[in-house]
Design a protein around this ligand. Sequence first.
Ligand SMILES: [Zn+2]
Length: 378
Amino acid sequence: MSVWHDVVGQPEAVATLSDPTAMTHAWLITGPPGSGRSNAAYAFAASLLCDDNGCGTCPHCRQVAARTHPDLAYLATERVIISIDEVRALVQKAYFSPSVSTYRVIVIEDADRMAERTSNVLLKALEEPPERTVWILCAPSEADLLPTIRSRVRSVRLRVPSIDTVATLLTQRHGISHDDARQAARLAQSHIGMAQRLALSPEAALRRAETVDLITGVTGVHDAVMAAARLLDIATADANALTKERDELELGQARASVGLGPDDPVPANMRTFFKSLEEQQKRRATRSLRDGIDRILVDVMSVYRDVLIQQLVESSRDHGDALINLEHADGVRALAARRSPEQALAAIAAIEQARERIASNVAPVLALEAMLIQASRQ
Ligand SMILES: [Zn+2]
């Protein structure tokens, strides 16, 4: 099945990326978290490296999926900031001719995480493009990159897929019932990866449900302090589970791409490759708690969004259909009744502030406590 099949709900982007007359040497794929930026980037990479425009089944396509293709280089989300040395190493690779395919493809998954000095190293490579090298940058929006970089790339914008599109994808991929798939897509606010986890992992779904219950249950400072500690526990458990799932999947794909079964011993000539994969996974684990807290704060935000909807539309009507947290409608209504819309807005501002504080290395438990105390203030 074509690699484009997995790029769901993005017909315009797929049309542009798969149009041979649109070909250029530098691309930027933008879209909100969960819209599938890196998914689209690697589908595009496979379509360039495959002899059959991304058939999805040949060794080229499988190696791109496992990130082991010899003509693919990439920088994945591992650190908060991409270092200048990492970009220098990629730029060096850009000057090699492709070894087995028509192109050499270089993907930077979070091009917004480069300091200006680092961006300038990349800029040089984009200004003097080596023949047959294609850069694919990903970022939340064009505004996240320096204007000099923006002017040298062709942009493709992804949109937030609809709940139905995400639900259909889950049903096709995993054979889940449409109702369950729709529920997961709604709770995940159309974030494809999150929806998939909620649909497939009962533990992940329970963690989300407990988060929402905690938030709707906070009525004072004491609750807020207790809830902050519990939220941190939930985020930690979620981060650990996700890291384990990702690492196992990645290792399985890497083994399959070199023809090793799950229990086959690693031959001596491949040990360096598997060692570097292991080190890469360890580095990524250090980022994962912060990402875990951020995922939970998205859920916390969805509760206050529901509270506002409940408050701002006539309270006599039933607005159940408009809620994200439909399963927690009673808790949302009770919270909406206890708080004014101004207080709900102040809570949303407090959540944003907590995200910023955690991003700038404030101890997570302190940031979460401050957020919940502010959110419950009379
Ligand atoms: Zn192929």
